[in-house]
Design a protein around this ligand. Structure first.
Ligand SMILES: NC(=O)c1ccc[n+]([C@@H]2O[C@H](COP(=O)([O-])OP(=O)(O)OC[C@H]3O[C@@H](n4cnc5c(N)ncnc54)[C@H](OP(=O)(O)O)[C@@H]3O)[C@@H](O)[C@H]2O)c1
Length: 330
């Protein structure tokens, strides 16, 4: 398999952005850890958030020792504008506060390609448009960086006006530790659709499978706590082992022979490959994105309803009790 599009520390040069001003827009799950890592890597980082009254993170950023200002002001000062606000809020914030304040030839960086790919954000022609995404929640980005490692990630270049956009985004990835382990170059389309496909098929599929396993066991008389531990805790430990040593090594070396037989014989029956393909097609055609944007514009009626059902489910109630009883120190 070609590793041509995978980049590591030796491929990235931090000096390229050492003298530039990096504005982190949004100081949330990704914004805070990335800003802290960038500063520790010697970059000149400022923070742009909504007004002090509206923002839940302005004080935190000040406490952390950053210069904090409005999104407009941060954008005007920045050579690199790293947009890390919640995706659905991005288009309105972008057009209100970022678009008209971008310096010519600056670099506009995103943590997810959704809004650019689907045209909700249409950057001007005289700026670089890039993407850097670490493949994990923000707190792990920080933890790994402090431990001398990093989180595997992806970069993409959508618009290159200065001719060195790829080097700039590689330097951004290096400043948060990701090139210590490796970043892969993709397109905005691949990053976005890959993410949306994974969220539907893998996260959605796994969560609903866990629920189904729990419900079937309880309906057939198993004690709920026992079924809950089966449906979540045992899966967690197994995924960690597979991540460390590989799927086949887990199946044939770390599980029992009964478990191996169960996995290989019955597992495939649970998977509906045709539906997975259909979800992929719906993602690639833009149907999923259109549905989600419509849902968002309507005030998320389906999501609110599904949340209520989820919260009211027996598994959720059992989970609350289970965590108090058996997972206090996790
Ligand atoms: N979460 C992840 O694990 C993860 C992983 C990879 C990539 N990403 C990408 O990283 C980006 C940021 O995601 P996130 O999870 O870090 O977001 P988040 O924590 O949910 O939100 C980040 C910030 O968005 C700001 N915000 C929300 N609505 C706003 C509005 N109307 N005006 C101005 N600011 C607003 C909030 O600002 P205040 O604090 O000022 O209220 C918040 O701190 C997204 O593009 C996401 O797809 C996330």
């Amino acid at each position: 398999m070609s590793l041509n599009n995978v980049y590591r520390d030796e491929d990235a040069n931090l000096d390229l952005i050492k003298d530039k001003v990096v504005a982190i827009i949004g100081y949330g799950i990704q914004g805070r850890p990335q800003a802290l890592c960038m500063r520790d890597s010697g970059l000149n980082v400022i923070i742009g958030t909504r007004s002090h009254q509206e923002s839940s993170s302005w004080d935190k950023a000040v406490e952390d020792g950053f210069e904090v200002m409005s999104i407009e002001e941060a954008t005007k000062k920045a050579d690199i504008v790293h947009v890390l606000i919640a995706d659905p809020a991005q288009p309105s914030v972008y057009y209100e506060s970022i678009h008209n304040n971008l310096k010519s030839n600056c670099t506009l960086c995103f943590g997810h390609g959704f809004n650019v790919l689907y045209g909700a954000i249409f950057p001007p022609k005289d700026v670089n448009v890039v993407l850097f995404v670490p493949n994990s929640p923000g707190h792990l980005v920080r933890e790994k960086y402090l431990a001398g490692s990093g989180i595997y990630g992806a970069i993409a270049v959508d618009q290159d006006v200065t001719g060195d956009s790829k080097d700039i985004v590689l330097a951004i990835a290096k400043s948060v530790g990701s090139t210590r382990v490796g970043v892969v170059e993709v397109s905005f389309q691949m990053e976005t659709e890959g993410d949306n496909f994974e969220e539907q098929a893998l996260y959605g599929g796994t969560i609903h499978l866990m629920r189904a396993v729990f419900e079937v066991m309880v309906e057939h008389g198993y004690p709920p706590y026992f079924a809950y531990a089966k449906a979540i805790r045992s899966l967690r430990s197994v995924v960690d082992v597979m991540d460390k040593i590989g799927i086949e090594a887990y199946i044939s070396e770390r599980s029992s022979r009964t478990c191996e037989f169960a996995i290989r014989r019955s597992g495939p029956r649970v998977i509906n490959r045709a539906e997975i393909e259909k979800i992929f097609e719906e993602t690639e055609s833009g149907d999923f994105a259109a549905n989600w944007m419509q849902e968002w514009q309507l005030g998320m009626p389906h999501l609110h309803r599904m949340r209520r059902t989820g919260v009211a489910s027996e598994m959720e109630k059992v989970g609350c009790e289970w965590r108090k009883l058996f997972a206090a120190d996790d």
